[in-house]
Design a protein around this ligand. Structure first.
Ligand code: C2E
Ligand code: CA
Ligand code: CA
Ligand code: CA
Length: 286
């Protein structure tokens, strides 16, 4: 009876069953979802902690599945990575987002908002794909967006122990003026001294740090840790962005600790491009 245990529990768990069926369905539907136009992008503002102005947005992809409705990226990005769809999907997200940044700029006669920057997530599979640099250059040229308006986010874990071959395309992009952000920073176990050899200009502190600022005042040890990371980052000329800011108390403590930019529900949930534009406009005109 004991030997059958594992299986029996799986079969008796209708939720696990449903998940497995859905996963199978998603894997089947995924390869053609891009051609069917089922993906769309939401934008979440990046806010300057010093003056509260909207400086840009992160592009976050969603899948409008005909049966399951809107699926979050956690449901399908791993599948896309597994099946290789992530390369064309990632390229599509990059092109759409950069195009969107161009539209925001044009909608304001080029200047009213200042340059809104666009952050786009890169999967590790895209990093090792030989077309990355050329695709990015072509997209920027086609849309007439300057490289300094683009920030590519790469997770810390993707770069842990990265050798020179992996870093080469990122270096090329950084030399062109594209910002590279280290996403989910603090969740991996990277050697802080290692930061020096990575072509990054932004640290995105993982949400877990923001969560530790929920109490006011926050735990003194947590405060010290964030303070240390921020001062190290600044001494290496890296800007610090915090994610997952849900309350004013968090925003205030992170601002005092010297973080530069914030993102989170406290400011706005991810939303359609018009929403970002409105937020930035309200902000610029007072
Ligand atoms: P991420 O890059 O760490 O993105 C931040 C996630 O935190 C987003 O989840 C965002 O909606 C969520 N978030 C923002 N503010 C708050 C907040 O105040 N509180 C909380 N609890 N959450 C907040 P989302 O949109 O579900 O995306 C999940 C992950 O999927 C992203 O994590 C990113 O790793 C990945 N992803 C999203 N779009 C893309 C893409 O185009 N390409 C690739 N490769 N990955 C993507
Ligand atoms: Ca990100
Ligand atoms: Ca992140
Ligand atoms: Ca995260």
């Amino acid at each position: 009876a004991k030997a059958a245990g594992g299986n029996r529990f799986e079969l008796a768990d209708p939720e696990a069953d449903a998940r497995a069926i859905t996963r199978h369905g998603l894997t089947t539907a995924l390869p053609t979802a891009l051609d069917r136009g089922e993906f769309f992008i939401e934008y979440q503002p990046l806010v300057h902690l010093g003056d509260g102005s909207v400086r840009g947005a992160e592009a976050l992809v969603r899948w409008l599945h005909p049966q399951h409705g809107v699926l979050s990226p956690d449901r399908f990005i791993p599948l896309a990575e597994h099946t290789g769809l992530i390369v064309p999907l990632g390229r599509w997200v990059l092109e759409q987002s950069v195009r969107q940044a161009r539209e925001w700029r044009d909608a304001n006669g080029g200047d009213v908002l200042g340059p809104l920057r666009i952050n786009v997530n890169l999967s590790p599979c895209q990093l090792t794909h030989p077309g990355l640099v050329q695709d990015t250059v072509e997209i920027l040229e086609r849309t007439g967006v300057t490289p300094d308006a683009l920030c590519l986010e790469v997770t810390e874990s993707a770069l842990i122990g990265a050798d020179d071959d992996l870093l080469k395309p990122l270096r090329r992009l950084a030399e062109m003026g594209v910002d590279i952000a280290l996403d989910d920073f603090g969740t991996g176990y990277s050697n802080l001294a290692n930061l020096r050899r990575l072509p990054v200009s932004v640290l995105k502190l993982d949400r877990s740090f923001t969560q530790s600022m929920q109490q006011f005042p926050a735990d003194p040890v947590d405060l010290k840790i964030v303070e240390g990371i921020v001062s190290l980052a600044h001494s290496l000329d890296l800007a610090v962005t915090v994610e997952g800011v849900e309350t004013g108390a968090q925003a205030e403590q992170l601002r005092i600790l010297g973080c530069d930019t914030a993102q989170g529900w406290y400011y706005a949930r991810p939303g359609p491009p018009e929403r970002l534009h409105e937020l930035a406009l309200v902000d610029a005109t007072g």
